[in-house]
Design a protein around this ligand. Structure first.
Ligand SMILES: Cc1cc2nc3c(=O)[nH]c(=O)nc-3n(C[C@H](O)[C@H](O)[C@H](O)COP(=O)(O)OP(=O)(O)OC[C@H]3O[C@@H](n4cnc5c(N)ncnc54)[C@H](O)[C@@H]3O)c2cc1C
Length: 289
């Protein structure tokens, strides 16, 4: 049946694609190795190499907290480790978009004196509201003790500002941060253990050939490489596959967070107010906050 449908479609359909031969498209050298690609024959691909004690991939809350804690431990134990963070955003915090309500336990443990510093957590939560919405109405629901919507003691902040500030704290402790550097490849020792990462090459044309501006990425070797790329990082996923890290473990679960910025009349703005709603405009009991 399927075969006869396909045959009748191919009899009646016209060809709308071009017959012109296109140059071979190289997607990535891990797919089509450059050694067997004529266009890369004379190109110098030697990478500049650098060595650190710890390389951290990703300057988000996790990567920067790890860097800060490591430096604190170095200070405590009179050690001077070179700790480098590579961050693909052009500035620290640049890719951190979530507007967040922050529970400060982690920060209290990391930087116990943060409240006395010039920090970005300026807006404590003062009012929590929870409601079921219909298209035309609103039913308030009390926030009982133990409900996750109880945000008293937490702070409203743009997470990017907190991350930028964490970056400043890390640099003050001596962490080297390299914004604008995406780790593009994991490097391995001969025994298969992780040696470090390489940052992305620049100056490659759309068809995968080298441009005159081609510069190979830099190899960063380290005793320890820490991957803090966030949710579903592309290098982390390679490591998960190579080292079977997700075998026999519970599947990861994800929630989708959407950020909307609303412009509202100034008189309606209540600093410190957090609204949680379920119902309209979403179907069933989806939570919106
Ligand atoms: C819409 C939304 C709302 C949220 N609201 C809240 C909230 O209210 N409260 C709360 O506590 N949490 C909230 N979160 C969750 C919070 O944002 C995350 O838990 C947190 O950002 C995770 O930190 P992370 O450092 O693990 O990863 P990320 O924040 O994702 O940081 C990863 C960093 O690594 C960089 N990076 C990734 N790959 C590479 C690479 N190969 N090379 C170099 N750099 C790389 C990225 O640019 C990024 O800067 C929210 C998330 C979203 C999306």
């Amino acid at each position: 049946m399927l075969r006869s449908v396909v045959r009748s479609i191919s009899r009646t359909s016209n060809r709308f694609y071009s017959d012109v031969a296109h140059p071979k498209i190289t997607t990535h050298y891990t797919v089509v190795p450059r050694e067997s690609d004529e266009r890369w024959k004379e190109v110098n691909m030697e990478r500049f190499e650098d060595e650190a004690d710890v390389v951290i991939v990703g300057g988000g809350p996790s990567g920067l907290s790890a860097a800060i804690r490591l430096k604190q431990m170095c200070k405590k134990n009179d050690l001077d480790f070179r700790i480098c963070v590579v961050e693909k955003a052009s500035e620290v915090g640049g890719h951190i978009l979530s507007g967040a309500v922050i529970e400060t336990k982690g920060l209290d443990e990391l930087l116990p004196d943060w409240r006395n510093m010039d920090h970005p957590l300026k807006t404590p939560v003062s009012i929590d509201k929870f409601a079921y919405l219909t298209e035309t109405g609103r039913f308030n629901i009390p926030i009982l003790p133990g409900f996750p919507m109880n945000n008293h003691g937490n702070y409203i902040v743009r997470l990017g500002h907190l991350v930028k500030w964490l970056g400043e704290q890390a640099e003050e402790l001596g962490v080297e941060i390299y914004p604008g550097c995406a780790a593009a490849e994991i490097l391995y020792h001969d025994d298969g253990s992780v040696k470090g990462v390489a940052t992305g090459d620049v100056g490659i044309a759309k068809d995968g050939s080298p441009k005159s501006t081609f510069e190979p990425g830099m190899a960063l070797h380290a005793k320890v490489t820490l991957f803090a790329e966030g949710c579903r990082g592309h290098l982390t996923k390679q490591l998960e596959t190579k080292f079977s890290l997700r075998d026999n473990v519970a599947p990861q679960s994800y929630g989708i967070g959407l950020k909307e910025i609303w412009e509202i009349p100034a008189e309606k703005h209540t600093p410190g107010l957090v609204e949680h709603t379920i119902g309209w405009p979403l179907v069933s009991m989806t939570m919106y906050c």
